[in-house]
Unconditional design. Sequence first.
Length: 96
Amino acid sequence: MTVTAFGLVQLERPMRHPWPATGLPRVVFLLDGRRFVRSSGIGKPGVVAHYREDIGTRSARAYVMSDGTYMIDHLDDSNPGHRDGSLLAHFLKDVL
């Protein structure tokens, strides 16, 4: 893992696995039962949906790909989608 100056943790090699769900449910369990919730995100080529791990900090971001897999390439220090999350904290820690 590589930690950037602003808290975003970039994985050295992205994790890629088959998408386990039928369709794109609101909640899905990935990585040995960790809960992920569907979220919005900026479109990337080949990405059909975004999910965030349902924890406040060091939350994994899963991208569902058009080829039937999902990819996780980073962790966010601040999860704006979590009940205690802040969009401003996410922007300052993980985006800038």
